[in-house]
Ligand binder design. Structure first.
Ligand code: PLP
Length: 383
């Protein structure tokens, strides 16, 4: 009988999508899914409406149109300090997801092990399973979720060929420090590992220290494919526009894989995306100030409910230890918050291969202020 392929059999839709359905049924506020519900820059929308007809509407070259690749290279140089040749080292992709899939497809073989730092973005294990790759957890312990050489070394197996490093992290909100990235560099060098970074939240960080691109630390540049997206930085996840960049010898294969997967991301959006990437510093400062305000509003709601959320230093999530609720798991905590407060969150279990050390839930603050205020009030009243 025809049916799902063997490697797909244990895969399910994410629990985050299921929570969205339950919230709709119960009339609850959904702060679970990282949908990004803030408006894109108005200037960009106006330009799109004005110029759409004049954009190229055919396929682009494998790797993307030149203006997009040049805009990526310039932004990466300006904010991350990395030199990348737009012609040979940048590949335009369908979101960061497309960049991750193309990179994994291009540079790894079925059966290869990939280290995932727990807690991780829930799509990683699914992506690995789809490609026949082996997820290998590196358990990080909250509230610090610190990466050390010892933790990394003890997670490496004879199958390990790569690791995915997400900074700023979804869901923990942690940004890896230069010292932690040096540890990554040391172990990657020792075991000759490919490093794939996921930097989709690179422009959303809090505090004076700018984002540190892993490829700028130690020897990581020569073994790292940097993945990012326009979705979070410009509040346009539906444009499905992202990119990968790295050493030419790796990017040649990534370009072939990206082309075979989807040919290229939508060309008119590459044109607009190039303009977005060139928005000035004020835009990025404003983005951070907006998210800083939103994270405080939501954190105050959790604090008023007797829960102490972590203070994220990047991304747009709170990762909340719900032990004070007297629950044993994130799934129970999610249920309590849903039933008592009519607020939908994501159980921490969604971000781990094995049960987490504490009953965590993740809450998203990429929402309109009034929704966050309502959620904060319900939390304070309900718990
Ligand atoms: C850590 C992380 N990586 C990748 C993605 C997906 O990015 P894109 O929409 O650009 O494919 C997300 C989206 O939530 C994310 O949180």
């Amino acid at each position: 009988m025809i049916g799902a392929a063997g490697r797909m059999r244990n895969l399910q839709e994410s629990s985050i999508a299921a929570m969205t359905v339950r919230c709709q049924e119960l009339g609850a506020i959904n702060i679970a899914q990282g949908l990004c519900q803030v408006p894109p820059p108005p200037s960009l929308l106006a330009e799109g409406a004005r110029d759409f007809r004049d954009f190229d509407h055919s396929y682009s070259a494998p790797g993307g149109i030149a203006v997009f690749r040049e805009a990526v290279a310039d932004k990466v140089k300006k904010y991350s300090g990395l030199d990348v040749d737009p012609a040979t080292q940048v590949v335009a992709t369908v979101g960061a997801t497309g960049a991750l899939m193309a990179t994994l497809t291009a540079l790894l073989d079925p059966g290869d092990g990939v280290l995932l730092f727990e807690p991780f973005y829930g799509n990683y294990p699914t992506a690995l399973a789809v490609l026949g790759l082996r997820p290998e957890p590196v358990r990080l312990i909250g509230p610090g979720f610190e990466v050390t050489e010892e933790t990394l070394r003890s997670a490496v197996t004879p199958h390990t060929r790569a690791m995915i490093v997400c900074t700023p992290n979804n869901p923990s909100g942690r940004r890896l420090t230069t010292a932690e990235l040096m540890a990554v560099s040391a172990v990657a060098e020792e075991r000759d590992l490919l490093v794939i970074t996921d930097e989709v939240y690179e422009d959303i960080y809090f505090g004076p220290e700018p984002h540190v691109a892993p490829a700028t630390v130690g020897d990581l540049g020569r073994r790292t494919v940097t993945v990012s997206s326009l979705g979070k930085s410009f509040s346009v996840p539906g444009w499905r526009l992202g990119y990968a960049c790295g050493p030419e010898r790796l990017m040649n294969a990534v370009r072939v894989a990206a082309e075979s997967l989807v040919v290229c991301p939508p060309v008119p959006l590459q044109e607009l995306g190039a303009r977005a990437l060139r928005l000035n510093d004020d835009y990025f400062r404003g983005l951070r100030a907006m998210y800083d305000r939103k994270r405080r509003m939501l954190a105050e709601g959790f604090a008023a409910a007797g829960l102490s959320p972590n203070e994220p230093d990047g991304s747009y999530y709170l990762f909340v230890d719900c032990s004070p609720l007297g629950v044993a798991t994130g799934a129970e905590a999610t249920e309590v918050l849903l039933q008592r407060c009519l607020v939908g969150t994501v159980p921490g279990e969604s971000f781990y291969l094995d049960p987490p050390d504490r009953p965590y839930v993740r809450a998203c603050f990429s929402l309109p202020d009034e929704v966050i205020a309502d959620a904060a009030e319900r939390l304070a009243r309900g718990v």
